[in-house]
Design a binder for this molecule. Structure first.
Ligand SMILES: [Zn+2]
Length: 378
């Protein structure tokens, strides 16, 4: 029986005259309690399976590389209290992420009110989102923020060292409502309606298990109420919603590097019967196509997640800009748009009306500047 149902049943008894004990929550109690609340986070693992507390503890400490031990207590229904001894550890856990446990998203939240667990909300999680096919005229931080606001609450727009956000991929950190299907497309409409709306695709970095049938996080398609035994390929959503991250690229690079080194070594030693070291890495890479496998904080996997994560947060797009995209990335924008066109997608699409007057004024000003410069040179 879950806690809410238990409360309801107990209240029903007191309503019928059953005895009810009364306790007043005094201010001295409250000040002690505030200290506990300040050092903790509440996390919910979104999975239908029961989560093992010890496994979760090992996985999270590995991922966070905490300075001090993190104490974890189960609160029922895959909700846990994480108590941090160091403020930096707590900051890392709350500001980083999204965090997964065996492919299942963990939603962390600061306790609200006096910390009544049944009153906490686990509806939002922050993701780094990648937008593709963003028109050049929209590559302004303010405009990007407006694009992002159609997806969720924008927390950060990634900019390069010069404070600019131009390039094939535009990155934003957005807090999204995970009770709704993942949005996959923004439609940028122009006020004058002269040109066709511009499709802007949305992909999510470190996306955990989600349903390929309804597009919601927290269950897989076989558990979905909308699943009608279709073939996996016929489902609207797929692993292509997951954005390629710097971590993925590093893995690919390392896999190739190891493969090359091993192959050369093999040639030298003529030991063709041995399995090259790199194969494990490459197989692991292929496994990323399976939902929930790639970023799950599997305790058995001695991952370099934390190290890679910080690299991803720090310099992903900068490196992306320098390195360019993999062939897969180059085609994925078209793939998504094409797939949705073919399927007449009824998924979530954000509609945006471009402030064309403002943009064209800016453009004219910019052109004026350029003309001025050019004429000045002559
Ligand atoms: Zn579903």
């Amino acid at each position: 029986m879950d806690t809410e149902e238990l409360i309801r049943k107990c209240k029903a008894i007191t309503l019928k005259g059953g005895e009810e004990g009364k306790v007043s929550f005094k201010s001295e109690m409250k000040s002690k309690g505030e200290k506990i609340v300040a050092g903790c986070l509440i996390g919910k693992v979104l999975t239908s399976r029961n989560v093992n507390k010890e496994g979760l503890k090992i996985a999270m400490q590995q991922a966070w590389q905490t300075i001090r031990e993190v104490k974890i207590d189960a609160m029922g229904e895959n909700i846990f209290i994480f108590r941090f001894a160091a403020e930096t550890d707590k900051r890392r856990a709350s500001a980083g992420g999204p965090w997964h446990f065996n492919g299942a998203l963990i939603i962390f939240t600061e306790p609200t009110g006096i910390g009544e667990v049944s009153k906490q909300s686990f509806t939002n999680a922050s993701f780094w989102v990648q937008l593709k096919n963003v028109p050049i005229m929209c590559m302004d931080k303010g405009t990007i923020s407006e694009l992002g606001a159609a997806i969720g609450r924008v927390e950060e727009v990634w900019t390069d060292a010069n404070g600019e956000c131009t390039g094939e991929i535009i990155r934003l950190r957005i807090s999204i409502d995970i009770t709704k299907p993942l949005m996959t497309l923004l439609s940028l409409e122009q006020e004058d309606g002269e040109e066709d709306a511009v499709p802007i695709t949305i992909q999510y970095e470190k996306l955990p298990d989600f349903c390929y049938c309804c597009g919601c996080i927290g269950h897989q398609y076989r558990e979905c109420t909308k699943f009608k035994n279709q073939a996996k390929e016929e489902l609207l959503y797929g692993p292509w919603i997951k954005a390629t991250t710097m971590v993925d690229k590093l893995k690919q690079h390392r896999g190739k590097e190891r493969w090359n080194i091993t192959t050369n070594e093999q040639k030298a030693e003529s030991s063709s019967n041995q399995i090259p070291l790199g194969i494990t890495e490459l197989q692991g890479q292929n496994a990323t196509d399976r939902p929930g496998q790639e970023d799950g904080l599997n305790p058995t996997r001695k991952s370099k997640e934390a190290e890679m994560h910080s690299m991803q947060e720090g310099g992903f797009s900068r490196l992306l800009d320098k390195n360019g995209q993999t062939p897969e990335d180059v085609t994925s924008t078209k793939k998504i748009a094409r797939q949705q066109e073919l399927e007449g997608v009824k998924g979530k699409e954000g509609k945006l009306l471009k402030d064309s007057q403002k943009l064209s004024a800016e453009q004219e000003e910019e052109n004026g500047k350029k003309k001025g410069k050019m004429s000045g040179k002559k």
